[in-house]
Ligand binder design. Structure first.
Ligand SMILES: Nc1ncnc2c1ncn2[C@@H]1O[C@H](COP(=O)(O)OP(=O)(O)OP(=O)(O)O)[C@@H](O)[C@H]1O
Ligand SMILES: [Mg+2]
Length: 512
């Protein structure tokens, strides 16, 4: 028969088990609950749960209960030092009922916080036999000594705590994998087909293949829509890293305040354990390539951190001082005049030189007319596949008009134009009128009537919504970008791409 204390212990264990299996969210809460129960049931006065940071070879306090709990949390303990450090280093449990005379005892923390322990027991938390942390109980109440039975109970609770941590770590890993997959899904299978015909682009491809054989940073420059991202993909796919992740980050599309944690990850609080941390894109890209798009929009403070990653391959998560090391190849791109940004002081020159080890300039479409018919046919074919429409191709006049046009929006504009022609064109051949409808009046409606595909609907919504917020903010782009929570440069690009203009300005009579 169990005595009443044992029954209480069993009940507590069952409750904890239920919680472990139902809630992966609040790991810190669950660990606190486990050690609080262990402390009460083993009649300790105070207790701590420490986790091992194997890289730094030290332990930090994840949970500390008792009168000095919050003070003790600011300390760390070296592996092998003090009783908790000894337990972690030896992966063994101990009872010390004469702490003062135990030579393993380290007096520095108790002296600093003014809390002496007389009796103590400490047990390791293990995942697959490896010690990941230590639970220690201090001062059995009423001057009693900790018993072998107390120690065995504490081991059971430590086991529960280890399972909690293991679950949470697996959960975090799966969540990260999902994030990576989602990222890939956004762009179909993740990679695009690169169409190339012109000598200018063939040259660039040769260069790209040479670049792929190295690990140096590449800086891709060129106007908007010329295919910089496709060249970045190509470098990765031709490199030895091709089976590892290719992680894209659009530095302009992520709000400034979130960019650092997006890149480097974050921890939930200064001393929160690894299970609650979030991995950043650099960690996700480990072994592979990171593509930093719109690098010219990166805030100066972050540029300094990026420079360090380039120089030392190390960084810290936001809110943590643990240094992480990654093996990531960096490819950056920008459509801005980065040399000008350097001159103006809004882009660090040292970072620029570090990124620009292998420069790659992608010329605009108007300088490579040979690519236009190839690209147009490619976009037409993929549209026909998607829509099931039957169209034979382009008339000669249409082909000539496409080649003659200057394509300020480059390939992106050509792609949109073919898609639109495919939707509005009656066929069976597409003529120039299908590509270049009278621009007047058209510029404001991004979705032609009767065209109900999702992309156009989204663009129509974006156009309408952005214009509305612009109007609310008297067309002040800085204010509007704030409301939309995007960067101003990104907003101005959207305005250009969606051809949003201030109708009222144009149409209203001048104010006198
Ligand atoms: N050579 C190419 N072959 C096929 N498609 C291409 C090619 N170049 C670009 N594209 C397509 O054109 C569009 C724009 O390309 P991409 O996003 O790489 O441009 P970008 O240079 O990164 O522009 P931005 O500076 O605006 O980000 C994409 O949809 C891409 O798939
Ligand atoms: Mg791009």
């Amino acid at each position: 028969m169990l005595d009443s204390i044992d029954a209480k212990k069993f009940n507590t264990l069952i409750e904890i088990n239920t919680l472990i299996n139902s809630d992966y969210g609040d790991v810190h809460g669950l660990l606190t609950r486990i050690i609080d129960s262990a402390t009460k049931l083993c009649e300790g006065e105070a207790s701590s749960l420490l986790l091992v940071d194997w890289e730094k070879r030290e332990l930090y306090f994840e949970v500390a209960l008792g009168s000095k709990g919050s003070e003790v949390k600011q300390y760390t303990v070296k592996l092998g030092e003090g009783i908790a450090g000894w337990v972690a280093a030896h992966n063994k449990s101990i009872i010390v009922n004469d702490v003062e005379n135990d030579k393993r005892h380290n007096r520095s923390i108790p002296q600093s916080i003014g809390y002496e322990s007389k009796t103590m027991m400490a047990v390791p938390m293990r995942i697959k036999d490896r010690c990941i942390g230590v639970i220690e109980l201090l001062n059995k109440q009423n001057g009693k000594y900790f018993s072998q039975e107390d120690l065995e109970w504490l081991e059971i609770f430590a086991n529960q705590a280890a399972i909690t941590i293991q679950n949470a770590r697996s959960f975090a890993r799966v969540r990260d994998q999902i994030a990576t997959l989602e990222e890939q899904l956004k762009t179909g299978d993740g990679y695009h087909t690169l169409i190339a015909k012109s000598p200018l682009i063939m040259e660039r491809l040769e260069m790209t293949d040479r670049y792929a054989r190295t690990d140096s940073s590449v800086l891709i420059q060129g106007e908007s829509g010329v295919g910089k991202e496709l060249f970045a993909e190509r470098i990765h796919l031709q490199s030895a890293r091709k089976d590892k992740p290719f992680v894209r980050v659009n530095c302009a599309a992520i709000p400034e305040g979130l960019l650092e944690s997006e890149l480097f990850g974050h921890v939930k609080g200064a001393f929160t354990n690894a299970v609650q941390t979030r991995r950043g894109r650099f960690e996700l890209a480990d072994g592979g390539t990171i593509f930093l798009d719109e690098i010219g929009d990166m805030p100066l403070a972050l540029q300094a951190k990026l420079l360090r990653v380039l120089q030392q391959k190390t960084f810290e998560k936001v809110g943590s001082d643990t240094t992480l090391t990654v093996d990531v190849r960096i490819i950056a791109a920008t459509n801005r005049d980065i040399e000008r940004l350097v001159e103006q002081g809004s882009f660090r020159s040292d970072l620029y030189y570090r990124l620009n080890v292998l420069p790659l300039y992608i010329p605009p479409l108007r300088q490579r007319p040979e690519d236009i018919p190839e690209l147009a046919s490619f976009f037409l074919k993929s549209m026909l596949k998607k829509t099931g429409k039957v169209i034979e191709g382009f008339t000669d006049e249409a082909a000539e008009a496409l080649i003659a046009y200057s394509w300020p929006g480059n390939i992106r504009e050509l792609q949109n134009s073919v898609e639109r022609a495919c939707v509005v064109g009656a066929g069976p051949w597409l003529g120039p009128g299908d590509f270049f409808p009278d621009a007047a009046g058209e510029s404001q409606s991004s979705a032609p009537e009767g065209d109900r595909n999702l992309k156009n609907a989204i663009n129509a919504f974006k156009t309408h919504y952005i214009r509305k917020v612009l109007e609310e903010n008297r067309w002040n782009q800085t204010e509007t970008a704030k409301v939309l929570d995007i960067q101003r440069t990104y907003l101005s690009r959207l305005i250009k791409e969606l051809r949003i203009s201030n109708l009222r300005d144009k149409n209203s009579r001048p104010m006198i």
